[in-house]
Design a protein around this ligand. Structure first.
Ligand code: GUN
Length: 280
């Protein structure tokens, strides 16, 4: 029987700590707002954006919502970012991805001031993380580190295998695990002996984006399994990249979907916002 890593509970703990910290900062006259920009009406994005605004309200940070039509041009979006970069009260700028096809995500990410890059996606933020300098950390990987630490999982010296090499999860995850002194292997869609490598993992982090792909045959007895995937199965129920019922009896600890990694992303976004307010 695996220990269930409760992301809902841990994210709540973090949000309560941040609420207290934000209140203390307010007493010192340190406040600030998060600007949340959504272009178009992608339903999943609308849910994420609403959750982010609700989290700000809970913690006591102002949020400024910019809901722009799908036809917004790249130039218009870049002009808005430029304006927000110049507003001292705006401490964080978040542009919800994905963007409509006519807008370059890369150009938008680069336009956000690294001082306000609470998503941690700007190349300067990524570079700072790579060499261990201060800067905003990418929220999902930072949330996974918190899940592991707050669940008492030892990271140093452990072999961590990551499935997936995206800029948002896989690559930054590898760097953060390395920073925690894990031995890290990154695997991806072209890896030829995936099962064999995964079976060597003490900590297996699955961010491949394929519903219920990882079964018991990929998991070593006693491994810690972190599932970053989120999908709907044939019955419209939420599920991850891992076959939970099959893997749970083998693992020593595992994250459920929902209620595992998901809630941590927003908690770490709030952490970045409070950090930005603190740094002024
Ligand atoms: N779309 C999916 N995940 C994210 C995220 O963490 N940040 C932003 N800005 N967009 C996303």
């Amino acid at each position: 029987m695996a220990k269930i890593i409760d992301g809902k509970m841990i994210s709540q703990q973090i949000k309560d700590e941040l609420k207290e910290k934000a209140a203390k900062l307010k007493e010192q006259g340190k406040t600030g707002a998060l600007a949340v920009i959504q272009v178009g009406e992608d339903p999943a994005s609308s849910v994420y954006v609403r959750n982010k605004k609700n989290a700000c309200a809970y913690i006591g940070i102002e949020s400024l919502a910019y809901e722009l039509p799908n036809e917004t041009t790249e130039a218009e979006l870049l002009a808005l970012i430029d304006e927000l970069n110049g507003k001292s009260q705006v401490k964080g700028i978040l542009v919800q991805l994905p963007l409509p096809g006519h807008i370059s995500e890369d150009a938008v990410i680069r336009a956000i001031s690294p001082k306000k890059d609470v998503d941690g996606f700007h190349p300067q933020s990524v570079g700072a993380m790579t060499i261990g300098e201060p800067g905003f950390l990418s929220c999902t990987p930072a949330g996974i580190i918190q899940l592991l630490k707050r669940s008492g999982v030892e990271i140093a010296g452990k072999h961590c295998v990551i499935i997936g090499r995206s800029n948002i999860v896989g690559k930054p995850m590898a760097l953060l695990m390395l920073r925690e002194n894990a031995t890290v292997t990154i695997t991806h869609s072209k890896t030829s002996n995936l099962q064999e490598i995964c079976r060597q993992a003490d900590i297996l982090i699955v961010a491949m984006g394929r519903p219920q792909f990882i079964g018991a045959e990929y998991v070593k007895e006693g491994a810690v399994v972190i599932d970053v995937g989120i999908h709907r199965d044939a019955n419209k129920k939420l599920c991850g990249d891992v076959k939970y019922t099959e893997v749970e009896p083998i693992a020593s600890a595992i994250t459920p979907v929902p209620g595992g990694v998901g809630p941590m992303t927003i908690a770490m976004l709030m952490n970045n916002c409070v950090q930005s307010i603190e740094e002024g």
